[in-house]
Design a protein. Structure first.
Length: 300
């Protein structure tokens, strides 16, 4: 068997990375840690690292409580699952917070379950923001590193990201639907919440990935195609794993449905028009959902 592939899925945010994690986690050819987003390559700055380690330690405390509750309820299967998640989290904290010479501790964490495995993966959307020299360092981790960037219909991705932001920021007295539309309004009229747009700036991110990552180690994947079996098979071929039918049928962490206000939708599509055009010219034929929204944005 050839050396395993090491996959870095670098986003985009709200473009199906959790769906992909579930698929690969359950795939017989793959061994993924119990932590989806490792945040190793985007935490070299000491202050950023400290914040991330603090967040991991909070999650570890939550897992301890979950283990205690499962033990008290006699749910042995859940106890074992939580124990594994805690082991992975402790080893990740040690890797992120420790010495990074040669990235050896991280490599050992990522590849810990390595027997008869064809693929390891770290699926952290924020890696799309790391500088060129960090991407180069990621590629040096193994001769079989591959990089995947998922791209979802721009309007759907934007609205999903906004809804996630609204859920996280909402105060007890605020209405979720109104909060989400207010975020979009501020983005369109006041130039605020720019980080949401930046995380879905496909032309900028893809240009940079293509500049640094060799063609045979990079794949730009339409999310809508990935979630169909005929679109999933080419992705599995790129990853050197066998295609299997996905047990994950629906988008993960999609959140409650919220209707975008009719008065905001045309302006949002206008804002994203360049995204549709650039991807059509530089990546490939647009999936049906992309074409539908793109054509709506072109109507007078």
């Amino acid at each position: 068997m050839p050396d395993p592939t090491v996959l870095f899925c670098v986003g985009a945010t709200k473009a199906g990375t959790s769906w992909l994690y579930r698929y690969l986690h359950d795939h017989p050819d793959c061994a993924l840690p119990a932590v989806k987003e490792a945040h190793y390559w985007d935490t070299f700055d000491p202050e950023v690292r400290e914040r991330q380690v603090s967040a991991f330690r909070i999650r570890l405390r939550e897992l301890r409580i979950l283990r205690e509750d499962a033990t008290a309820a006699g749910r042995g299967w859940q106890v074992q699952n939580v124990k594994r998640r805690m082991r992975d989290m402790k080893r990740l904290i040690a890797a992120v917070d420790g010495h990074r010479t040669g990235d050896a501790a991280y490599h050992d964490w990522l590849t810990a379950r390595g027997e008869d495995v064809r693929l390891f993966a770290d699926i952290t959307p924020n890696y799309a923001t790391v500088p060129d020299e960090m991407l180069t360092r990621m590629l040096a981790l193994s001769p079989r590193v591959k990089v995947l960037f998922l791209i979802r219909d721009p309007l759907d991705r934007l609205w999903s990201h906004i809804r996630m932001q609204a859920r996280r920021q909402r105060q007890s007295h605020e209405v979720y639907e109104k909060k989400a539309n207010n975020i979009l309004y501020r983005m369109l009229n006041r130039g605020q919440e720019t980080h949401i747009l930046e995380r879905g700036d496909y032309p900028k991110i893809i240009r940079r990935l293509r500049r640094v990552v060799p063609d045979d180690r990079l794949r730009i994947q339409f999310t809508e195609d990935m979630m169909r079996q005929d679109g999933l098979s080419p992705l599995c071929e790129f990853l050197d794993i066998e295609p299997v039918t996905s047990a994950v049928q629906d988008p993960v962490h999609e959140g409650p449905a919220v209707v975008m206000l009719d008065k905001l939708r045309p302006r949002a599509l206008g804002l994203l028009n360049e995204q549709y055009d650039w991807v059509a010219r530089n990546v490939g034929p647009l999936p049906e959902r992309w074409q539908k929204n793109r054509n709506e944005g072109l109507r007078p």
